[in-house]
Design a binder for this molecule. Structure first.
Ligand SMILES: [Zn+2]
Length: 135
């Protein structure tokens, strides 16, 4: 015999009748719940993508005029340091922070060197080693 519990629909809050593992009153509410959740996930992805795109654009524009730039200037231009697409460690132990094909490498606490990787950013060169975060 199945237990019948009084539960409320996650979407609309009305009482759910039926099996104890039911979470929604009907198919409409179940679909609505999953659509909303998917929408929120899309929004998170869109927001991060927008930041990465902006970072890339900033580096691209700066790379045309300069080879090095002050960290403060990068920040003033709107660069978000927490966001990058790839980290590479050079054999000398320096870290390169990439946003797609553009990146920077800290020279000291105040300045960074702007980098542009070869066309195929996926192929790591011999002098760098990809950092694997899965380990
Ligand atoms: Zn409902």
């Amino acid at each position: 015999m199945e237990t019948i519990l009084k539960k409320n629909c996650i979407t609309c809050g009305s009482q759910v009748k039926g099996r104890s593992d039911k979470k929604f009153c009907d198919d409409y509410c179940r679909n609505e719940f999953h659509n909303r959740r998917a929408g929120r996930q899309d929004e998170v992805v869109r927001n991060v993508n927008a930041i990465l795109k902006q970072n890339r654009k900033i580096l691209e524009e700066l790379a045309e005029a300069k080879k090095t730039i002050r960290v403060a200037e990068l920040a003033m231009a709107g660069y978000r340091f927490g966001y990058c697409t790839e980290l590479k460690r050079t054999v000398r132990g320096a870290t390169h922070f990439y946003c797609y094909e553009y990146g920077y490498s800290p020279l000291n606490s105040e300045k960074v060197k702007i980098l542009k990787s070869a066309k195929n950013a996926e192929k790591s060169s011999k002098s760098t080693q990809k950092i694997d975060f899965r380990a």
